[in-house]
Design a protein around this ligand. Structure first.
Ligand code: NDP
Length: 289
């Protein structure tokens, strides 16, 4: 068997097109556009690259995006002051706090100080809580993009056996919640899972967010299963997923490629979340997930 590729670009393009159109419409109606602040501290190359590419993507759809690049040595209090200024700024509707934080920074405290109404990546405890309770406001863009990809490619979720490998707050856990909200039977695996292959082989839908290239091989996949690979691991000059694509593509029914699978959808969903935050300030209802 050779799996169908679940490419992210067509869906990503469509979402970005819709966001762009809506922003143009709102600009005409209200004379305002959404504002996004991307906050990073230090010079981690992946973080610098991601901030720049996100700013570019946001600008293309009409979002007024800015990067706040803080020095690695910034004291905690100053970081908090910078964030509070963005929290109050009426022209900023979305704030993205980019990892990694400098070692001396209390990241949990920074996240808790973020204005929940501007938390477009759904990391604030209040938004995580709303999601947990089944009444989401902002959902982290990566797992929400994964769900949209499953829907886009017509993968049946209701009643399916779903396995999520990885339990981070930004990908694994929210992905498990999203699948649960769509009535899948969900199992979450992590570094202490005893026999990973034994569990993953049960999955009709297998979602992987670990950060270890090739940790899931073809023999760990049920024939015909759908595989969503969130992994983005630089290996030499290439970007590799957490799934060993060569062996997996022979077994799976559908699979996301890396690059070109979940990545492009993440960016598009994030931009849509910024639009939603902006619409909320105009008194319009959130379109949500
Ligand atoms: P984290 O490091 O926060 O979490 C990794 C998870 O994998 C942890 O829950 C960990 O378990 C689990 N894990 C580690 N080793 C194993 C193992 N041997 N077997 C099973 N589980 C294991 O990573 P993230 O969730 O932030 O990111 C995961 C991947 O997704 C990365 O490659 C990242 O680059 C990518 N990513 C992709 C995005 C996209 O847009 N496509 C966006 C965000 C991230 P434990 O909890 O026990 O430690």
């Amino acid at each position: 068997m050779t799996a169908e590729l679940m490419k992210g670009s067509p869906l990503s393009k469509r979402i970005r097109g819709e966001v762009k159109e809506r922003i143009a419409q709102l600009q005409e109606e209200y004379g305002r556009v959404p504002g996004l602040a991307i906050v990073r501290a230090g010079e981690d190359p992946a973080s610098v690259w991601y901030a720049n590419s996100l700013k570019k993507a946001a600008t293309k759809v009409g979002i007024n995006a800015q990067i706040l690049a803080l020095p690695e040595s910034i004291p905690q209090e100053e970081f908090e002051r910078e964030l509070e200024a963005l929290n109050r700024d009426p022209d900023i509707h979305g704030i993205i706090l980019q990892e990694p934080y400098p070692d001396h920074i209390d990241a949990d405290r920074i996240v808790s100080l973020l204005n929940p109404d501007k938390d477009v990546d759904g990391v604030h405890p209040l938004n995580a809580g709303y999601h947990f309770l089944g009444a989401p406001r902002f959902i982290p863009a990566t797992p929400l993009g994964g769900l949209l990809l499953l829907e886009e490619y017509g993968v049946p979720i209701k009643g399916a056996e779903a396995v999520v490998v990885g339990r981070s707050n930004i990908v694994g856990k929210p992905m498990a919640l999203l699948l649960l909200s769509r009535h899948a039977t969900v199992t979450v695996c992590h570094s202490r899972t005893r026999d990973l292959g034994e569990v993953t082989r049960r999955a009709d839908i297998l979602c992987v967010a670990v950060g270890k290239p090739g940790i899931i091989t073809g023999d760990m996949i049920k024939p015909g299963a759908t595989v969503v690979d969130f992994g983005t691991n630089p290996v030499g000059d290439e970007l590799k997923g957490d799934v060993d694509f060569e062996s997996a593509v022979e077994v799976a029914g559908k699979i996301t490629p890396v690059p070109g699978g979940t990545g492009p959808v993440t960016t598009a969903v994030l931009l849509r979340n910024v639009l939603n935050a902006f619409e909320k300030t105009l008194g319009l209802p959130l379109t949500g997930a």
